[in-house]
Write a protein that binds this ligand. Structure first.
Ligand code: AP5
Ligand code: ZN
Length: 218
């Protein structure tokens, strides 16, 4: 199974990716998690990406495309993968097409922007694993601690309200066009295009997982 999870910042891509990847036994490729790991490690990529990410803008297409091409060449991607937060621009989607990367599904998770602001303000993350919680909607067993490791949870630098608004604007301008890109491709060339499925991301985490798994079986 090779799929893209498409959705606005805070739509629940990371949350649902964990369940989908477990079900299909595939790795989650989150460009956001990869970039945050590079920032933490202080690599040249991380140094370059940090200011852009903190401002809610997108890292350059060339950097991201190279990062993903290297990642999908790893042996654990042979049986499939899930893209979370990638592609995010038309050039990134075109680069996958040009590289002949075949995809089975594009799954869009749709959540209204006002619900997103509330989700992001309460988000807490475990940086080492990418596991995500919410103080109200999906709390960890022990306050401020990751369920599996007991390590501290952190708030993301780009989850400040002003930055969240900027990220939503950037989504509208640069990523939302991918909805038409993939749904039109599926309509015009069903043989080579990935199947396009859209689900509502409103409701409980469990309800959305069920919708996602049903969509991927249809
Ligand atoms: P990235 O890490 O990809 O962030 P994003 O797309 O903005 O998405 P988020 O991770 O914020 O949200 P999510 O959809 O994963 O939601 P989550 O499951 O956490 O990118 C960060 C930055 O990196 C970008 O701004 C850019 O600078 C750079 N970047 C990354 N990829 C790039 C690319 N391809 N090109 C260029 N630049 C790139 O859920 C959110 C919260 O809601 C959590 O607290 C969760 O517990 C809660 N929640 C989830 N589901 C529910 C529910 N059903 N009900 C209530 N709460 C819920
Ligand atoms: Zn995420």
């Amino acid at each position: 199974m090779r799929l893209i999870l498409l959705g606005a910042p805070g739509a629940g891509k990371g949350t649902q990716a964990a369940f989908i990847c477990q079900k299909y036994g595939i790795p989650q490729i989150s460009t956001g998690d990869m970039l945050r790991a590079a920032v933490k490690a202080g690599t040249p990529l991380g140094v370059q990406a940090k200011a852009v990410m903190d401002a809610g803008q997108l890292v350059s297409d060339d950097l991201i495309i190279n990062l993903v091409k290297e990642r999908i060449a790893q042996p654990d991607c042979a049986k499939g993968f899930l893209f979370d937060g990638f592609p995010r621009t038309i050039p990134q989607a075109d680069a996958m097409k040009a590289a002949g990367v075949k995809l089975d599904y594009v799954l869009e998770i749709d959540v209204p922007f006002d619900a997103i602001i509330e989700r992001m303000s309460g988000r807490r993350s475990h940086p080492a694993s990418g596991r995500t919680y919410h103080v109200k909607f999906n709390p960890p067993k022990a306050t401020g601690k990751d369920d599996l490791t007991g390590e501290d949870l952190v708030q993301r630098e780009d989850d400040k309200e002003e930055t969240v608004k900027k990220r939503l604007d950037v989504y509208d301008a640069q990523t939302r066009p991918l909805v038409d890109y993939y749904s039109n491709w599926a309509k015009t060339d069903a043989a080579s295009a990935p199947k396009y499925r859209a689900i509502s991301g409103s409701g409980s985490v469990e309800e959305i997982t069920q919708r996602a798994l049903e969509a991927l079986a249809s």
